[in-house]
Design a protein around this ligand. Structure first.
Ligand code: HPA
Length: 272
């Protein structure tokens, strides 16, 4: 924290943005950027997945002070949930009141073609892990309410932004799994039955920690492929990255619009 604060020179990000696979383009939109490799932040896990850069980018986006986490760590890399959630807790300490999370995901809802943007309405934490297990950290309740982790006001703003930009925005439930193998076709049929619309290997851990800290959360999935068994082809990370690269620009524009229009109050809402 001290090392990071020193690099910030008194700047206080209002919004923290976590970038998923192939969505690194948002980091290039940050004005007055100060880039800090994770290796220079004590305790930060290195980003090791292809397509993830591994740096914090501090500056302003649409005139709002932000910190962008370009490259996240995942449970499937062997990190525990507290390590995966560490950046979010650091952002809360730095004063961020809002967390925007993005990810690449498989489409479980059958109408979701590759390139579909999905606003996360709620999630299913199927990782079997929580960043809140263990000692209760200062500023966090033992049993945080998770009735509505994704802020209703921010979701309304995202819908407004999509309409203004002429983007189609679906809305649905994100299922977060441990990975790293993609799902079996049977698992995808099960996900469909329990109400999932998209499936991935991130996001839920960060959002749980963010809600424990009282941050307002907004999440987007970029559907890169039909989930296993729903498409004609086997799944591949290369294809996920290609689609994310192709369709990621729309999500970058939407996040920038939303940040510029109202996430920057620094208020820590109820999430309802
Ligand atoms: N499953 C899990 N994670 C993913 C997928 C998927 O189909 N696509 C991109 N990330």
């Amino acid at each position: 924290m001290g090392a990071l604060s020193a690099r910030l020179g008194g700047r206080r990000p209002a919004v923290a943005i976590v970038l998923g696979s192939g969505l690194g383009g948002l980091a290039d939109r940050v004005a007055g950027a100060v880039r800090i490799p994770y290796a220079e932040v004590p305790g930060f896990p290195p980003a090791r997945v292809e397509g993830h850069r591994g740096e914090l980018v501090l500056g302003s986006l649409a005139g709002v002070p932000v910190v962008v986490q370009s490259g996240r760590s995942h449970l499937y890399e062997g990190h525990d949930a507290a390590t995966v959630a560490l950046p979010v807790r650091v952002f809360a300490e730095l004063g961020a009141g809002t967390l925007v999370v993005t990810n690449a995901a498989g489409g479980v809802r059958r109408s979701f073609a590759p390139g579909t943007l999905m606003l996360i309405a709620d999630h299913l934490n199927l990782t079997g892990r929580s960043p809140l297990v263990g000692e209760v950290l200062a500023g966090e309740p033992r049993f945080p309410d998770m009735t509505a982790p994704y802020d209703a006001g921010l979701r309304a703003l995202a819908r407004e932004g999509a309409a203004a930009l002429g983007l189609r925005l679906e809305e649905g439930i994100y299922a977060g799994l441990l990975g790293p193998a993609y799902e079996t076709a049977a698992e995808v049929r099960w996900l469909e039955r329990i109400g999932a619309d998209a499936v991935g290997m991130s996001t839920v851990t960060e959002v749980i920690a963010a809600r424990a800290r009282g941050l307002r959360c907004l999440g987007f999935s970029l559907v890169t492929n039909p989930a296993a068994g729903l498409g004609a082809k086997p799944l591949s990370h290369v294809e996920v990255m290609e689609t994310a690269g192709r369709a990621g620009g729309d999500l970058v524009r939407l996040v920038e619009w939303v940040v510029g229009r109202g996430t920057g109050t620094g208020e820590r809402g109820s999430g309802s």
